[in-house]
Write a protein that binds this ligand. Structure first.
Ligand code: BTN
Length: 247
């Protein structure tokens, strides 16, 4: 966090905390400002999907200003992933893993307990500010049928109530630390921490749809821009976006 004191706005229910944080940032809110809600009526997920956001979640969006001063802004999502895993660990003791590009999952079986969506605003190639949104399933017990077998919540995993306020405070503090580290060009340390939290980023079979059809290979870590490296029978591949199917 840099400059003026941040604004923190808490809502019981909003459409999307990312939407609200983008508007807050556009109105000049300082770096590190936060919008947080216990429910979203139009939560946004990756790839244009909806993010199931019933009451009982922690839906938090964090404003990052001066994105131009960040050498590798593409790493913001990974930094938020490390922050989410740290905050969950510090508050609940649960060791969550990261799954490229930005899913926070339980170790075994891997069930998604949090997701991250970074959105930027600017003119042309200049990013004026970005918003990093983190959605944590805190005490959600039922999920839509299409994700029910792949999603879980902290309360379900741990079989007890979770201190949502403590998790919120830990998440904001962890985002402060990770964004500051990115600004200070701590890329190597970030990639190392992210990789340590992501056992599936090495040696796991993945498939994806390419222009040449469905390709398959073994994950081989991430590079310094956050791309997933995959070893295939035809040579190395570098995935920057898109859907990956994990075997
Ligand atoms: C994903 O698809 O995994 C990303 C989900 C991101 C959801 C969070 S909840 C807080 C913020 N506000 C939104 O509308 N989306 C993000």
């Amino acid at each position: 966090m840099t400059g003026a004191a941040r604004v923190i706005r808490s809502f019981q229910s909003v459409d999307s905390t990312n939407e609200r944080a983008l508007a807050l940032a556009a109105a000049g809110a300082p770096d590190g400002s936060v919008i947080v809600a216990a429910e979203q009526t139009a939560g946004r997920g990756r790839r244009g999907r909806a993010w199931h956001s019933p009451e009982g979640g922690l839906y938090l969006s964090y404003v990052v200003r001066d994105v131009d001063a960040i050498e590798k802004p593409a790493l913001l999502t990974l930094a938020a992933g490390v922050a989410a895993v740290r905050a969950i660990g510090e508050t609940t003791g649960l060791r969550a893993d990261l799954k490229w590009p930005n899913d926070v999952v339980t170790a075994d079986p891997p069930r998604k307990i949090a997701g991250i969506l970074a959105e930027a605003s600017g003119a042309g190639s200049r990013i004026e500010f970005a918003v990093v949104g983190v959605g944590v399933n805190v005490s959600t017990v039922s999920f839509p049928p299409e994700v029910a077998t792949r999603a879980s919540s902290l309360a379900v995993e741990l079989g007890r109530e979770i201190d949502r306020d403590a998790l919120q405070a830990a998440l904001i503090a962890a985002l402060d630390r990770e964004v500051a580290r990115l600004r200070a060009r701590g890329h190597e340390a970030l990639i190392r921490d992210w990789s340590e939290a992501s056992p599936s980023a090495r040696g796991r079979r993945v498939s994806w749809v390419s222009q040449d059809g469905v390709l398959t290979g073994l994950t081989a870590g991430i590079d310094d821009r956050g791309a997933l490296l995959v070893t295939t029978p035809h040579g190395p591949e570098r995935l920057v976006a898109g859907e990956v199917i994990w075997a």
